[in-house]
Ligand binder design. Structure first.
Ligand code: TXA
Ligand code: MG
Length: 321
């Protein structure tokens, strides 16, 4: 990646173009947050409903006031502790922020990513860039430039290749616009670590209580095309034993060292046993398995501890089709 690539990306953004770029979480599909036509292009490229708001990405905290108002002290503390990094703050918006960006809500999502290419791009652009994950609506988020090409190809003006994404799952989203902090989407920055910084409990909004606008609540979000099911470790052995050839080729995504009976039509993919490494690999592996046309993808359920929270969330969504 050269300075020329960044300059070209900036010119494209200024001209209303779409630039896909790497962040530490997943690849984003970027557009000038102040250009309504450019923002609209994002929705058509992704085939995403217009009422799903976008996150505005900025280079540094001095730009926070350009986009948000009435920012609580607690939000500054989170920004201080976790930015640049995989955390999105929902704050009351400044009046100029486009309805296309906020889904006509009174709040805006803001994030400072820490991937060096994202940082260079945002600094050189000098203003807010909206960037949803660079995939078609309901598909798995891309964690490499090749995934973006596969998902959006011709509808992107430029893809900046920054290699594999370090985190591999989307940012933690926390709503700081109300009376108490509420996590709208779990991520690798856990509720626990946020509570430690804030010295207060954080709420969790989930499932039924959320409006359609809330993150990832569409029932097909983050799902592979292949039917995907979650299975407890202790059920795996019986499942494999009772499979018959007519069940077709089944993929099994495992992280534990449980030994299973050998079966011709069961393809085991071993995942890391540690949460961060697992998160890093998850979307890449699901995408690979999805492309191989198995009759089913069976995913071994992951531990119930805090550091697996975001992974459990995405696996539940991947298997809810
Ligand atoms: O890690 C990430 O957050 C990635 C990278 C590219 O930064 N971006 C990402 O964007 O995941 P997207 O659009 O795929 O998911 C953002 C979610 C959406 O589901 C949206 O509903 C929610 O953030 N969101 C954005 N603004 C919001 C707001 N004002 N209130 C509530 N939810 C909001
Ligand atoms: Mg997304």
């Amino acid at each position: 990646m050269t300075m020329q690539d960044i300059q070209k990306a900036v010119q494209l953004l200024k001209a209303g173009g779409l630039v896909a770029f790497p962040t530490e979480t997943v690849y984003g599909l970027g557009a000038d947050a102040r250009n309504p036509q450019a923002v609209k292009r994002i929705f058509s490229a992704k085939e995403r409903p217009y009422d799903h708001p976008l996150i505005v990405h900025i280079a540094d905290s001095t730009q926070l006031n350009d986009w948000a108002r009435e920012i609580p002290q607690a939000a500054y503390r989170l920004a201080q502790a976790f930015w640049p990094g995989p955390l999105t703050l929902i704050l009351k918006k400044q009046t100029h922020v486009l309805d296309e960006v906020t889904g006509s809500q009174d709040t805006v999502g803001l994030r400072i990513p820490r991937h060096p290419i994202a940082q260079q791009l945002l600094s050189a652009f000098g203003d807010g860039v909206v960037a949803p994950s660079a995939n078609k609506f309901t598909h798995i988020s891309p964690t490499s430039a090749a995934h973006v090409e596969q998902e959006l190809g011709a509808s992107v003006d430029l893809i900046l290749d920054g290699g594999d994404c370090e985190v591999g799952l989307e940012s933690t989203i926390i709503d700081m616009s109300g009376n108490r902090p509420i996590i709208l989407r779990p991520g690798m920055i856990t509720a626990e670590s946020i509570a430690q910084v804030l010295k207060e409990d954080v709420g969790f909004k989930q499932g039924e209580t959320l409006s359609v606008r809330a993150p990832g609540m569409h029932h097909l979000h983050y799902a592979p095309e292949t039917k995907t099911v979650l299975m407890q470790t202790q059920e795996l052995s019986r499942f494999v034993t009772t499979l018959i050839p007519q069940d077709g080729q089944v993929a099994l995504l495992m992280h534990s060292s449980t030994v299973l009976p050998h079966k011709q039509n069961v393809h085991i993919k071993k995942m890391p046993q540690e949460a961060a490494a697992y998160a890093h690999d998850l979307y890449h592996q699901l995408r690979l398995l999805d492309n191989q046309h198995f009759t089913r993808i069976v995913v071994e359920a992951v531990p119930s501890s805090a550091e697996w929270e975001a992974i459990r969330d995405r696996l539940t969504k991947a298997s809810s089709k």
